[in-house]
Design a protein around this ligand. Sequence first.
Ligand code: G3P
Length: 222
Amino acid sequence: MKIFVDTANREEIEQAASWGILDGVTTNPTLLAKEMERTRKGYRQILEEICQIVNGPVNGEVVSTDSKGMVREGLELAEIHENMVVKVPMIPEGLKAVKRLRQEGIRTNVTLAFSPSQALLAAKAGATYVSPFVGRIDDKSGDGMEVVSQIVQIFQNYNLPTEVLAASLRHPVHVVEAALLGADIATMPFSVLQKLFEHPLTDIGLKQFLADWEKTKQKIVG
Ligand code: G3P
């Protein structure tokens, strides 16, 4: 499973990339607006900088709600860097835009997907990725992971090439469940990515190993 970080924060992305486990980045208008406010940079500069850091897909989202506007914005976003993927909302106009952008050779991610039927339509329109929002489904007393499971199953049944990008993941168990279900990608906030590393026994074990070695007064390198 590929791991994406769901942020537009440059420092977080640099740190995640330095760990050697980062496959891509997702942003959305909320995340970009926050970063524009924090850094006083324009959206284009922020996305350009992210593309310099990450050797993989970098998602930027359109903000028009008509297909013509979405296509115009998608072409503009795609022009930033070859790694750019255009996020498009899961509405009829969005799927029209997906089809058009695909004809231009631009990769798309259909976002704000909350049901298997929406994901099926996104795949039929030719989306490269579809993003079920697991945490937001759970927030409404639904079962976000069941939705991911059904999408994975449907795509397998028909050999659909669209990748399942599990989004709105809130904690490490979500990430593990997405991996067990065969989601192609999990995107998560930086804080969740950090938590994937953590285990108290790792910390206790390392402390003990270092203390025991310290007693030997030996060095491994000169
Ligand atoms: O990638 C989708 C994500 O940004 C939504 O997450 O936590 O706002 O539901 P959340």
